[in-house]
Structure formats: C-alpha cells, structure tokens
Design a protein. Sequence first.
Length: 108
Amino acid sequence: MSADGVTFGQAISKARKGLILSQKEFAGRVRKEKGGGSISPQYPSDIERDRRSPSSGHLIRQFSGTLDIPQDYLFALAGRLPDDVRLGAADPDKVIKAFASFRKALME
C-alpha cells in the first residue's frame, strides 16, 4: 500500500476504468508468461478486490504496459522487488544503504 493508502488492486481498477476497459477486455490484453495465452477475467477481478496479489513480476510488467502505470510504482504497491533489483541484492550492506536512501527520499 502506498502512503496515500492506495492498494495495488485499487491502482489497477482506477487505471483500467480510466481507459474505459472492461475486466474482460483488460484480461484479453495481459499475457501469461508460459504459453502466452491471456489471463482469465476472474484474475483482474480478484486483483482489483485485493483478494489476490500478482503472481509474478511478468504480470506486474504486463499490467504496467497495458494500463500505462510505471512499473516501479506497481512493484512498490505489490510489495515486491523487480527481478533485476532482487537479483542484484547480493551484498547486504548495499541493500541496507539503498533502503535507507529510498526511505529518506520517500519521506522528503
């Protein structure tokens, strides 16, 4: 959840409605990682009602591109780190320093 209390699902719902897309239309534009088929219309419904969290970084990136929401913002709302950041987090001291800088920037 962001500082203004917006959940991942609320951000998805607002952006989808802003683009005048039904959940079915939205689902048809989002591709699964394996097999490339579209997600079910029930999945965005569950996401928007905060019953589910996105199951992968791939889907977060798909949501971002489809709804024109910055990826980093969606990753933050989902409480996840993007794969490139997570894989680069091998040095504990660097991670601690990065999070301290991140917190400071958000609090300004």
